[in-house]
Design a protein around this ligand. Structure first.
Ligand code: ATP
Ligand code: ZN
Length: 212
């Protein structure tokens, strides 16, 4: 029998809400600790647990048919997906922040600065769109400490409450992107898989409607 394979985050900010969404869709999965994959007992769905950064690639390659991942990751990886459905969780923004005592009157003030980020592709596009030239320093984690250690004058990082920025003496000055978790799909699903996806999507829409 045809199955749909879905990739979700193994652990992290999207994991619990991804599992919860599937449960609310009436899909029973037992996610034992440290499992790489599991199967739903009452829906033809196989669940793969992966790092969020890898999900776009796996879905594009067809190792998974669909996936749940932040829009920020999809955009950074520059993948040609259709967004099947916005999921309403994992909401955050990708913002530029500078030292709280720095003068900032607009995007032109980023000219010539060093910007530390884990999102070089998105930041590069933002700078080009705004006709600003700045140096992008790609770092993989703890971006918010970069100004304090003299690595950069600005950062671009994910923000939800802003408390991490505040604790590091930074102020948010530009929103580059607003993001939430989305359902993405491989573009070459076969007929049966498309029917399964429609079924799942229909249930997701019902769950979302019930929350409004
Ligand atoms: P992984 O180990 O899977 O690579 P990660 O550390 O890259 O995990 P998380 O911090 O768990 O990722 O974040 C996963 C996603 O959650 C982000 O890509 C983003 O879409 C979303 N998110 C929501 N709020 C925030 C926030 N305040 N900070 C970071 N990510 C957030
Ligand atoms: Zn990640």
């Amino acid at each position: 029998m045809q199955k749909l394979r879905i990739a979700i985050q193994k652990s992290g900010r999207l994991h619990d809400d991804s599992i919860k969404l599937l449960k609310e869709c009436g899909i029973d999965i037992n996610n034992g600790v440290n499992k790489l994959k599991t199967e739903a007992s009452n829906f033809p769905l196989e669940v793969f647990f992966l790092r969020d950064d890898d999900i776009p690639q796996y879905v594009e390659d067809g190792v998974a048919d669909i996936g749940i991942v932040g829009e920020n990751v999809v955009l950074e990886k520059n993948r040609p997906f259709q967004t099947v459905e916005k999921l309403g969780f994992g909401k955050c923004r990708l913002s530029i922040a500078v030292d709280k005592s720095a003068q900032y009157n607009g995007v032109k003030d980023l000219q010539g600065l060093r910007i530390a980020t884990s999102y070089p592709v998105i930041v590069d596009k933002f700078l080009k769109d705004n006709k600003v030239e700045a140096e992008i320093h790609e770092i993989s984690g703890s971006v918010e400490i970069a100004p304090g250690i003299g690595l950069a004058e600005a950062i671009c990082d994910l923000v939800s409450s802003g408390s991490t920025l505040f604790m590091n003496g930074l102020k948010e000055v530009e929103t580059v992107l607003k993001s939430e978790a989305i359902l993405v799909a491989n573009s070459q699903l076969n007929g049966e898989q498309q029917i399964l996806l429609k079924k799942l999507q229909f249930r997701i829409q019902a769950v979302k409607k019930a929350k409004n």
